[in-house]
Write a new protein. Structure first.
Length: 99
């Protein structure tokens, strides 16, 4: 039978493992996930958004912060939100796939 103390200890250990995994995943380069061709514009990578049809590039990846943004309104975020949107999955699935 689990005591209150041992249960808290297990939860804390699990949270620490998840935090470590999250830190590792957040460093995964978004540009490796992008299916579209990207062009370097200064320190930014620009290209067509993978979430909608377009003729003029409106999608930007910022390698310095490992984040993305679509100026046409698809949103933006970090590597985890990009993977989730690209693969239509939840946070846990994205975390597992990227780690």
């Amino acid at each position: 039978m689990l005591t209150k103390h041992s249960l808290f200890k297990q939860i804390k250990l699990r949270n620490n493992q998840e935090d470590t995994k999250l830190e590792i995943v957040k460093k995964y380069p978004i540009e490796k996930l992008c299916p579209n061709k990207l062009k370097k514009c200064g320190s930014i990578l620009m290209g067509n958004c993978p979430f909608h049809e377009e003729r003029t590039p409106s999608f930007a990846i910022y390698p310095e912060t490992n984040s993305w943004n679509c100026f046409a309104g698809c949103g933006g975020g970090d590597v985890i939100t990009f993977y989730m949107k690209l693969n239509k999955c939840n946070f846990e699935t994205a975390l597992e796939a990227l780690s």
